[in-house]
Design a protein around this ligand. Structure first.
Ligand SMILES: Nc1nc2c(ncn2[C@@H]2O[C@H](COP(=O)(O)OP(=O)(O)O)[C@@H](O)[C@H]2O)c(=O)[nH]1
Ligand SMILES: [Mg+2]
Length: 237
């Protein structure tokens, strides 16, 4: 299945070239699209060089830090202009193990959406500070209770979509950007009754570079869940 793996980057110079190598090795049908937001550390230059020598690697450089959600939307739109049958989103910091891509490729044969999940069988997160893990775990409970979605890891960012699934979403009307972007996408797909499969992954905290998580992203997520729920009840989502 022809696959595009979308990797948003902001200051991932220490990770990106190794990550690209590992992802490409998983399957010869995989191409990569990096969406870089003019990283001050030169991530974009590194990827530009790789992409001139390798037709499987593509780069979209944006002028500044425009946010993770909008980076994915840019990537989804790009994928839909080409002939990719499966579209994957993945972080650029090795928190998501490229080897899981193989399982996702297999699972998408029977499902519309495959989520690499941290919380199916208890918790499979390595090296995260305890505070961060608690925040993420309770956020997933909070989202599940309010929305009623039976998804154990609603803020997960390692996801494979069939092309047809993304085509049903109006990408210009996604409201959220950070963690709630992940929630909003899943909720929209859940409401459309797509076949969603969670497969267990081990999420490992980055060893290089820095997290871009901020309080603002967390706050956005807290109230956005209610907004999404309200829109769903009033059939506006
Ligand atoms: N293009 C782009 N990528 C971003 C932005 N913010 C974060 N990223 C990337 O999104 C991925 C996840 O971000 P990260 O900082 O690891 O968040 P965390 O895993 O929640 O701590 C990484 O590959 C980041 O480089 C952004 O504003 N624009
Ligand atoms: Mg990370």
């Amino acid at each position: 299945m022809k696959t595009l793996v979308i990797i948003p980057t902001f200051n991932e110079a220490e990770n990106i070239s190794q990550l690209i190598d590992k992802v490409l090795k998983q399957d010869f049908n995989i191409d990569i699209l990096v969406i870089d937001d003019n990283s001050p550390d030169g991530t974009g230059k590194i990827v530009a060089e790789i992409s001139t020598n390798n037709r499987r690697v593509h780069l979209i450089e944006r002028e500044g830090k425009l946010g993770l959600g909008s980076a994915y939307i840019t990537g989804f739109k790009y994928a839909l202009t080409k002939d990719y049958e499966m579209i994957v989103e993945m972080d650029g910091d090795f928190s998501h193990n490229p080897e899981n891509l193989k399982d996702m490729l297999i699972a998408i044969g029977d499902y519309d959406v495959v989520i690499g999940s941290r919380y199916i069988y208890g918790v499979s997160v390595v090296y995260w500070p305890f505070r961060r893990l608690l925040l993420s775990y309770f956020a997933s409970l909070y989202v599940r209770i309010i929305t009623g979605m039976k998804i154990y890891d609603p803020t997960a960012g390692f996801i494979a979509y069939r092309r047809g699934v993304l085509k049903t979403i109006d990408l210009n009307h996604i409201m959220s950007d950070g963690y709630s972007f992940q929630v909003e996408m899943k909720y929209r797909l859940w409401l459309k009754k797509f076949r969603i499969k969670e497969i267990p992954i081990i999420f490992t905290d980055r060893t290089r570079g820095q997290s871009k998580m901020s309080k603002k992203i967390v706050h956005e997520a807290i109230w956005m869940v209610w907004k999404l729920k309200f829109l769903a009840i009033t059939k506006k989502l």
